[in-house]
Design a protein around this ligand. Structure first.
Ligand SMILES: NC(=O)c1ccc[n+]([C@@H]2O[C@H](COP(=O)([O-])OP(=O)(O)OC[C@H]3O[C@@H](n4cnc5c(N)ncnc54)[C@H](O)[C@@H]3O)[C@@H](O)[C@H]2O)c1
Ligand SMILES: [Zn+2]
Length: 348
């Protein structure tokens, strides 16, 4: 078992262990003064894991109600968000009760936003069930829903009270969903840990889950403690994401997030090697590790399309892009570009 403390506007623990879902009630009861909790989950996760959670909460004397929605990104929308709020209201959830997000990043993001805005904020606990959610979306307090105009356009910073990561839950993930999460793990290794990079290169998908997840969370916690509201260093977590988001958009979201991030990391590190910022071996090793995790690395859209997609990204301030560049494995830094400069930088 590993525990990582996150220091933000609200401090909390991220507890990582195998089989922790069965004991989740023991951890959650401290945050559930009224012994009443609303579980929010998707249909797939519900059929696999809700019963275990409900049993453990019941053992601790916590009553529950549950809202289940169809799995997938399409549910991260305004209509479902309002339905969750109505569900909380109709079940008389008060500010002394608790909301629990059981699921991947979609469940975590929409539930966090609902918990943060319902009654101007009720406490919530994250139980991430995908690798991506464990290493990334459940930690750091970014919550969101998608709008017609784009992904994650409405949301807030709202930190959970507790995050419980049960590494056993990863066993039931589809290979593709697991690989997507691995792209974020590779991102963390590239950002700040040569040792983790070596470990996952050696072990591939058999990496030490508890250790790797804890290290990723630790890294994210350090960055969030420095820049909770994403004005400076938190942007480092976007390594591979500027190009990645553009590739997702160009594909009409056919290219999944992890795949897009892998393409982004490979594209940017190759550009860094051409510009003499890192050596070719660094760029090659990033490409190689992505491929070892069945992730794509080739930018399969014309540069013009990628650039106009980059322009529509909400993270662009004025006409400047802050990109994450790579000096070597474990050494990344931020650099500001105009769109023209960035286009020439990544153009083959
Ligand atoms: N808030 C943040 O900081 C942040 C960071 C990164 C990504 N995100 C968001 O996260 C979302 C992507 O998250 P995701 O990849 O977890 O997607 P997801 O939540 O859609 O889960 C992917 C699929 O796996 C299924 N699933 C979940 N857990 C499972 C399990 N243990 N066993 C079997 N199937 C399981 C889900 O039902 C779904 O079909 C995106 O909406 C993205 O914008 C948020
Ligand atoms: Zn990401």
């Amino acid at each position: 078992m590993k525990t990582v403390r996150v220091s933000a506007s609200r401090d909390y623990d991220v507890v990582i262990d195998c089989g922790i879902l069965e004991r989740s009630g023991e951890y959650i009861k401290e945050f559930c003064k009224n012994s009443f909790a609303a579980i929010i989950t998707d249909d797939k996760v519900d059929s696999l894991y809700s019963a275990t959670l409900e049993r453990s909460l019941e053992t601790e004397g916590i009553r529950t109600v549950k809202y289940v929605f169809p799995n997938g990104e399409r549910s991260k929308n305004a209509e479902n968000y309002i339905k969750i709020l109505e569900f909380l209201a109709s079940n008389h959830i008060t500010r002394s009760d608790l909301v629990i997000a059981l699921g991947g990043g979609v469940v975590g993001d929409i539930t966090g936003f609902a918990a943060g805005s319902y009654l101007r904020g009720v406490d919530f606990v994250q139980i991430p069930t995908t690798l991506l959610a464990m290493v990334d979306s459940s930690v750091g307090g970014k919550t969101a829903i998608d709008l017609e105009a784009g992904k994650n356009l409405a949301g807030m910073f709202y930190q959970p009270r507790l995050v419980l990561c049960d590494t056993d839950l990863l066993d039931s993930l589809d290979e593709k969903v697991f690989s997507d999460g691995c792209a974020e793990v590779i991102k963390y290794a590239a950002l700040g840990s040569k040792e983790m990079f070596m470990h996952i290169s050696d072990t591939k998908t058999g990496f030490d889950r508890e250790k790797v997840i804890a290290e990723c969370v630790q890294m994210k916690a350090r960055i969030v403690a420095e820049d909770e509201f994403d004005n400076s260093t938190r942007q480092l977590l976007n390594f591979g994401h500027t190009v990645g988001h553009a590739a997702e958009l160009c594909s009409g979201y056919e290219v999944t997030h992890g795949s897009a991030v892998a393409i982004g990391m490979a594209t940017v590190s190759a550009a860094c090697a051409r510009a003499g910022i890192c050596d070719k071996a660094t760029a090659d090793s990033l490409k190689k590790i992505c491929r070892a995790f069945s992730l794509p690395t080739e930018l399969c859209f014309p540069m013009e399309e990628i650039c106009s997609a980059i322009l529509s990204d909400k993270k662009i301030k004025g006409s400047k892009i802050t990109a994450v560049l790579c000096k070597g494995v474990g050494e990344c830094f931020l650099k500001s570009f105009t769109l023209d400069e960035f286009r020439s930088f990544i153009a083959l």
